[in-house]
Design a protein around this ligand. Structure first.
Ligand SMILES: C[S@@+](CC[C@H](N)C(=O)[O-])C[C@H]1O[C@@H](n2cnc3c(N)ncnc32)[C@H](O)[C@@H]1O
Length: 290
């Protein structure tokens, strides 16, 4: 396990992942019944953007840094609000209107975005396999009764913590893609998880480096027989197999009603803002509809 998210926190991939995550939480909170979230690959939760890893790559400057550099039209700003509220909170700001690249010192990882979306009766379990990262995360949430941190293999967590007793909620799967067959593991994990908890919302993040590999994985997902699979692609430049990451995707199973429409409004202006080269584009498509 060599991957350290601290080098990448707040980059374009986090922007699209966390903005979408926050929207899903808004939809879950729209109904009174409590929900639960499982985040299988949680990271350390809070990232200091002045730390050595963040400074070394500076990736956040072309991610959250650019998002905050200028206002968006009202319809887009409204969709970004729940995620930016989580960012403002870790930076000690009371309103997203006060957020500027200069005031940004910390960036929230998925566990903090999740916590910001929980209501008093909602709960989350976040798992992280790296022992020192899991310890950092446990310290961050010490005394928080709603969010439990467990040092555990996220693939096992899909078996241990599903289904949720609330019968509604979200599973976030965001592996580091260090293993050569990570896409196959995702398919197996998703099939096992949906057998236990068919009605859950599943949010999966993946890199896009090789289009043929992605097409194969999408075909595998279709072949699982699962319904309601949404595919999002977000490229700040054309993907390159060997270069730095410039494109990523999300697969969302059982997305909340209206999420596809919201992402179709949000992602084009977002990718325009974050573009770094030719081939920048965003798309939202049903791999498998209803
Ligand atoms: C991409 S990062 C997660 C970022 C986080 N989800 C966020 O959005 O802020 C992947 C994390 O998975 C952890 N990890 C790697 N293998 C794991 C496994 N089998 N189970 C759980 N965590 C794992 C890594 O230590 C790393 O912190």
């Amino acid at each position: 396990m060599n991957y350290r998210h601290a080098f990448h926190a707040g980059n374009f991939a986090d922007v699209v992942k966390h903005a979408t995550l926050a929207r899903i939480l808004v939809h879950l909170a729209a109904k009174d019944a409590p929900f639960r979230v499982l985040d299988t690959h949680a990271g350390i939760g809070l990232y200091d953007l002045a730390s050595d890893p963040a400074e070394r790559t500076g990736e956040w400057r072309d991610g959250i840094g650019r998002v905050l550099a200028a206002p968006f039209p009202a319809a887009v700003a409204e969709l970004l609000e729940p995620w930016l509220a989580a960012v403002a909170r870790v930076d000690g700001l009371t309103a997203t209107a006060h957020l500027t690249p200069e005031r940004l010192a910390f960036y929230p990882g998925s566990p903090l975005v999740i916590r910001a979306g929980l209501r008093p009766g909602d709960h989350a379990v976040v798992t992280e396999l790296h022992p020192s990262d899991a310890a950092t995360l446990a310290d961050l949430f010490a005394g928080d009764a709603r969010l439990k941190v467990v040092e555990l293999d996220g693939w096992l967590a899909l078996k241990s913590f599903l289904p949720f007793k609330e019968r509604r909620g979200l599973v976030v799967i965001d592996p580091p893609f260090e293993e050569p067959r990570e896409f196959d593991r995702l398919t197996r994990g998703l099939v096992a998880a949906t057998k236990r908890f068919a009605t859950g919302v599943y949010l999966i993040w993946h890199p896009i480096k090789n289009r043929a590999e992605l097409a194969r994985w999408h075909a595998d997902l279709v072949a699982t027989g699962l319904r309601r699979i949404l595919s999002v692609e977000f490229a700040v430049a054309a993907p390159a197999a060997d270069g730095p990451l410039t494109a990523c995707g999300l697969v969302i199973v059982n997305p909340p009603w209206k999420l596809a429409e919201e992402l179709a409004t949000l992602l084009p202006p977002l990718v325009e803002r974050l573009a770094i080269g030719p081939g920048a584009r965003a798309s939202v498509d049903w791999l498998v509809p209803e």
